[in-house]
Design a protein around this ligand. Structure first.
Ligand code: THU
Length: 138
């Protein structure tokens, strides 16, 4: 495992601690690696009007894109009960997969689903969002 991927795995677990999840008590952290090697973290941010909630992955993407970053290499995602270490793999929701699709190459963008620093799964976006619709279709 390359150092940069080890680092985002660790940072995704740390990012969970920033989660604002008073309604679900389900804390998600994401760490997004861009093509220059920089990492942007994100957490889920809930809202009393539940539909206004933003997922951790989209928080990371929107932070990065709003800073002018549009080329990405990988994301690590960790989720589980607030205040506890993850016990299951937390796969990204459909909306977050589609946001990844907007900015990432489906065949090369890596998605790490993280339970701990030593327990994780590795995919490329195509595995999680096959036969997708993206910018090149318009
Ligand atoms: N959540 C994420 O942050 N990422 C996902 O991909 C799935 C769900 C958050 C949203 C909400 O705050 C909580 O998990 C429960 O759905």
């Amino acid at each position: 495992m390359e150092t940069k991927y080890k680092e985002i795995i660790k940072r995704s677990l740390e990012a969970r601690k920033r989660s604002y999840c008073p309604y679900s008590h389900y804390a998600v952290g994401a760490a997004l690696l861009d093509s220059k090697g920089n990492i942007t973290i994100g957490c889920n941010i809930e809202n009393a009007s539940y539909g206004a909630t933003n997922c951790a992955e989209r928080t990371a993407f929107f932070k990065a894109v709003s800073e002018g970053i549009k080329e990405f290499d990988a994301i690590a995602i960790a989720g589980g009960k607030q205040g506890e270490e993850p016990v299951d793999y937390a796969y990204p929701c459909g909306i977050c997969r589609q946001v990844m699709r907007e900015f990432c190459n489906v065949n090369t963008f890596k998605v790490f689903i993280v339970k701990s620093e030593d327990e994780y799964e590795e995919y490329v976006l195509e595995d999680l969002l096959p036969k997708s619709f993206g910018p090149d279709n318009l």
